[in-house]
Design a protein around this ligand. Structure first.
Ligand SMILES: [Zn+2]
Length: 470
């Protein structure tokens, strides 16, 4: 007699409602839509019910957008049979999947110096600032155009498809990249529009000046190390200044303040840190609201009943890291756990040991550590390798070809190592919610594997940097 145990039952039930995430269209150069669906079933034990398709790659747009130049450096061409973005949507609708559209809001390929992020010491880098109103308009136009093309493709299918455009997803994992050297932290973003947002926010007045020194309030919770930034990851919405000082002392971060580390001094700094985190959170959510509004403007009253009805059902999703406070996303995840949030409808986040349980807001477990963080970093480094401007302005331009190849493979391995797979991993998530209006609805499995990653690396046309040898 084969008996059944709770863990096995949970794992089996949790195979329902899977979404297959295609973080870059290069994966379609290695596998067909059918093959990806079959691989998903082999990995998770059930076919996915939806697919998440990007509306842009790290190296460029996938379709023309009014006012923006189409630019594509590596790996974005579609294989025969798919042809274009509409073909991509149709390929997965043919497999019976519903569609989500995803957008990495940092648009690393968009050369727009006035919109780029600026760190606290005034250096700019290639990501666009999510707080800049013009960035928000560009994102709205890209996502909105993707929505129109997806509707068009779905309506154009013969025989007619039951597949729907279920929602749109904003990837918010690395809005505010952090760097550091000699123990000094270089956080982003302090461009004029961010400075203005802080000045106008009730908690942000004259706050930024307090960070333009060292040590500053960040030093309580962040430290630059040789391998990146190490941080206090316990800070949640219910923690006050005193607790932050406690966490900081526990990690030894208070050493940055030398002998100037009395309780009252540090508590004042922790207060400023909390204000900073909270203003950043508000700024991100305000931009989220604006991008969705712009992308979906006018759809719910469209004359075409197919579009107006679909638009009313469409879910606005944010993809974030599953930590209490994400430093690179600027978001307190617990603040978002409401029954009827205003700016979005659904959260996708990874489930780590520190992830707060989201009871109210409908959510999906994103099956990769730090969500899309390492995946985005991999695709961005590939895009940079093929771009002569990026090669000229990053350390990559000084590498010889073999070193560069090695860096790309290393980044691929790093992102693959973060992926979780298999029914057992689903069992550890706890049973999914029975109520489609709240709690965890399903999971998102990532389509990248070693074969597709190596194909992409081998296909990169490495650009010549200023000092690169052949
Ligand atoms: Zn900014």
């Amino acid at each position: 007699m084969a008996r059944q145990f709770k863990f096995g039952e949970a794992a089996e039930k949790n195979t329902e409602n899977g979404v297959i995430d295609i973080p870059h269209t290069c994966i379609l150069q290695t596998y067909s839509a059918r093959e990806l669906v079959d691989k998903f079933e082999a990995t998770w034990g059930r076919k996915p019910s939806a697919v998440a398709l990007p509306v842009s790659n790290a190296d460029g747009l996938l379709f023309d957008v009014d006012g923006l130049s189409k630019y594509s450096a590596a790996g974005s061409g579609f294989k025969d049979g798919i042809g274009d973005f509409g073909g991509l949507v149709k390929a997965f609708a043919t497999e019976g999947l519903n569609i989500y559209l995803t957008l990495d809001v940092t648009l690393p390929f968009q050369e727009s110096p006035p919109l780029q992020i600026v760190d606290i010491v005034g250096d700019s880098s290639r990501h666009l600032c999510f707080g800049n109103p013009t960035t928000v308009e560009i994102l709205g136009a890209i996502l909105g155009t993707g929505i129109d093309l997806a509707f068009e493709a779905l309506q154009d299918m013969t025989p007619p498809t039951n597949s729907k455009l279920l929602g749109v997803v904003l990837d918010l994992v690395n809005l505010w990249p952090m760097g550091g050297s000699d123990n000094r932290l270089e956080l982003t973003c302090f461009c004029p529009s961010c400075q203005e947002y802080f000045e106008l926010h009730e908690k942000g007045k004259r706050l930024i000046d307090k960070f333009k020194t060292f040590p500053n309030p960040w030093s309580l919770a962040l430290r630059a190390t040789e391998s990146g930034i190490s941080f206090v990851d316990e800070i949640g919405i219910n923690h006050g200044a005193k607790e932050i000082v406690g966490f900081s002392r526990l990690k030894g971060f208070d050493a940055a303040f030398g002998s100037n580390n009395g309780d009252s001094e540090l508590i004042r700094k922790a207060d400023d840190l909390l204000k900073y985190m909270s203003v950043r959170h508000d700024q991100v959510m305000s931009s989220v609201d604006s991008v969705f509004s712009e992308a979906m403007r006018g759809l719910s009253t469209d004359k075409n009943p197919y579009i107006s009805e679909a638009a009313r059902m469409m879910r606005r999703v944010i993809l974030v890291e599953g930590t209490s406070y994400s430093w690179s996303g600027g978001i307190f995840i617990e603040k978002l756990d409401q029954l009827k949030p205003a700016e979005f409808d659904e959260i996708w986040a990874d489930k780590g040991p520190q992830t707060p349980i989201l009871k109210c807001v409908p959510n999906y477990a994103y099956m990769s550590r730090r969500s899309r963080y390492y995946l985005d970093a991999f695709f961005e480094v590939i895009a940079n390798a093929a771009d002569s401007n990026a090669m000229a302005t990053t350390g990559m331009g000084r590498m010889v070809r073999d070193q560069l190849q090695e860096l790309l493979v290393q980044r691929l391995q790093q992102s693959l190592a973060c992926l979780t797979a298999g029914k057992a991993a689903l069992g550890t998530l706890g049973v999914a919610s029975d109520d489609e209006k709240q709690g965890r609805q399903g999971y998102v499995g990532i389509a990248l594997d070693k074969t597709a990653g190596i194909d992409l690396i081998n296909g990169v046309n490495i650009a010549r940097g200023p000092t690169a040898k052949k």
